[in-house]
Structure formats: C-alpha cells, structure tokens
Design a binder for this molecule. Structure first.
Ligand code: DAH
Length: 340
C-alpha cells in the first residue's frame, strides 16, 4: 500500500507539472482525489489493514493527499491569475497607449499652385491639355519658329536623346500639338515639367515646371492678351498688384513681352526685396503668336490671330509661399512639405 501511495503521489505531481489549463487540472483532480479517484480507492482499502499498520498508512495517505492538493491549489491559483490577465488585456481600453496613426497626406505645394492656376484659367473659359515631356525637336523648336542657330538649341543647352527627340525645354511645344489637334479657334492652358541643363542653385533646377497658355480666334489682339493676363495676375496675387509689359524677343511671338508685377513684399511701395524699384521682375513671357507658327500648324494667319504666354510655376510657388530655395520643392523632406 505504501508503494501504491508513493506511486500515486509521484505520478500526480509530475502530471501537475505539465498541466497548462484549468480543465486539465480539474480532470486530474477528479481522477486522483475524486470519489472514485485513485487515492480515494486506496483509502477505502484501509479497512483491510491490520490495526498497527493502519495509523502509519493513514498518516502517509493524508500526507500524500495534502501534498497533491497543495500542488494542485498552487497551480490553480497560477492558472486563474494568468486567465485573468489574458481577459484584462483583451477587454481593457488603454488610453495611454501611443499608437502610430495613419498620416493623411496632402498635395505638394507645386501641385497646389498648378491646380490654382489651372482653375483660374478654367474660370475664364480655357481648357486644360497635356503634352509629353519627351518632345520632338520639331515641336520644341522648328515649328515654334526657333531658327537652327538659336542658342537654346545648342547641344549643351538642351537634353537630346538623338537628333529628333529631346526633353522639352519649355511647355510651348504643347501649343503646336494643340493647334494641330484642335485647330482654330482654341483656348488652352497646359502645365508640366520642363528641362534644361542648368546648374542647381537657389533659383535654378535642371527640372522645373511651366504653365503655357494659348488663345487663337478671329480678331485676337494685344489688348485681349493684356486684359486676360491682368485679370489672372490680380486674381492670383491681389487686386492691388500692378503689371508692367516690357518689350522682349521670343521667336514664336511677335510682338513679344515680358511681364513684371508689383513687388509682392511691399505691394509696389519700394523695399529691400525689390531694391526700392517697387517691381518684381519677370513673372511671365507672352506675345502675339507669330504668323509663321500659325501657318506651321495649318492655321490661316490671315483669318486667325492669337496670343500665348508661359510662366514658371516653381517661381510663382516660391513667391506665393515665401520659399527661399527651389531645392526645397524637390527634396521631398516631410518636415518642409507638412507646412503647406
Ligand atoms: N517658352 C518661353 C520660355 O520658356 C516662355 C514663353 C514666352 C511662352 C512667350 C509663351 C510666350 O507662350 O508667348 O522662356
């Protein structure tokens, strides 16, 4: 009997060591200590023992039961505690937790400017069209009346793929595409990337953005051009901003002009930014479409005339938001972009 008791104890304790959940523990309890359990049936056999054996065996049996019960009790407490923590971790709302939330992005300042410019022109009845960044030399230069000896055509001034293809140096070739595809009359703007082998500095980048505009119709004149651009500029920068048209030369327009606007810092009064002139230089280039350009695109230059303009979007963005360095627009540093 002694051996049996020892055996029950050993087996029970080693099983307890392996148990990991409360149901298994209860099963074991019933199996060992329950009414029909192993230990109980041994105790029932006590009656058969002799009177002097009984007390010793009784003592041993109690010891065994106590030990098993103690071990089971301890494990039960342990498992219950664990279960409680598991439940708590599922059920509680921890408002102190630091969770990375998804950040909602927004449009790049350049794209915001493009959208604003396009919307202004759309409100004046223009359509928005797009042209490719990889252009033909013909569209970028020849059809725009830019002679073979023009300095901008120089191999060192333009990124050429081969003799016929290049990275467009301005958005003006979209004029050619629009005139050929849509024909007269038309009223379009087009914005996008342009490329020149400029060294990077605070205001230059080999990749930059332009917005091009073109209006072709009967009886279009320089007054229409100035009226349209003046409205546009006042809408963009404010009613108090004045414009100044300086004669200039572009091969694809005749006459041509560059447009200055009142200094945006002092609104024309004169300050350090504008060297006391009251003017910001060169917001855009413009002019009346050269008859050769119309004819190159199959438009009758006796019947139709037109005006065109082109402006640097990066520069406008920098002026609008007070950005001192063009590199900031292309570095994609979130600390910068998040500010807009
Ligand atoms: N394409 C010119 C440039 O990149 C800008 C320009 C000037 C565009 C006059 C025009 C224009 O449409 O009429 O410097």
């Amino acid at each position: 009997m002694k051996e049996k008791l020892e055996n029950i104890k050993e087996t029970a304790l080693s099983k307890i060591n392996e148990i990991k959940d409360l149901n298994k523990l209860e099963e074991l309890r019933v199996k060992v200590l329950g009414k029909k359990g192993e230990l109980t049936s041994v105790l029932r056999g006590m009656g058969k023992l002799s009177a002097d054996e009984r007390p010793e065996m009784g003592k041993l049996a109690n010891q065994v039961r106590d030990e098993i019960e103690a071990a089971m009790g301890e494990l039960k407490d342990d498992l219950e505690e664990k279960l409680k923590f598991q439940k708590m971790s599922l059920e509680t709302l921890d408002i102190t937790i630091q969770k990375e939330l998804h950040k909602l992005g927004h449009r790049h300042p350049l794209m915001q400017t493009i959208e604003e410019l396009e919307n202004l022109f759309i409100s004046m009845g223009f359509s928005v069209v797009v042209g490719p960044e990889v252009e033909t030399v013909a569209n970028n230069f020849d059809s725009l009346n830019s002679p073979k000896n023009h300095p901008s055509r120089d191999l060192s001034d333009t990124f050429y793929f081969n003799e016929e293809l290049l990275l467009r140096t301005h958005t003006s070739p979209v004029q050619i595409r629009a005139m050929k595809e849509i024909g007269a009359p038309l009223r379009i703007v087009s914005s996008g990337r342009t490329f020149r082998p400029d060294a990077v500095d605070d205001t230059h980048s080999p990749m930059f953005h332009q917005l091009e505009g073109l209006v072709i119709d009967e009886n279009v004149n320089m007054g229409n051009l100035m009226y349209t651009l003046n409205i546009f500029i006042k809408e963009l920068f404010g009613e108090d901003i004045e414009t100044r048209y300086r004669p200039h030369h572009f091969p694809f327009t005749e006459p041509s002009a560059e447009v200055d606007v009142s200094c945006l810092s002092c609104r024309g009064k004169g300050c350090e930014t504008c060297s006391n002139t009251g003017w910001d230089m060169e917001l855009l280039g413009c002019g009346m479409v050269h008859p050769n350009v119309l004819e190159n695109c199959g438009i009758d230059s006796e019947k139709y005339s037109g005006f065109a303009f082109g402006m640097g979007i990066d520069r406008i963005t920098m002026i609008k938001y007070g950005i001192p360095n063009i590199r900031l627009l292309f570095e994609n540093d979130n600390r910068f972009l998040e500010q807009f």
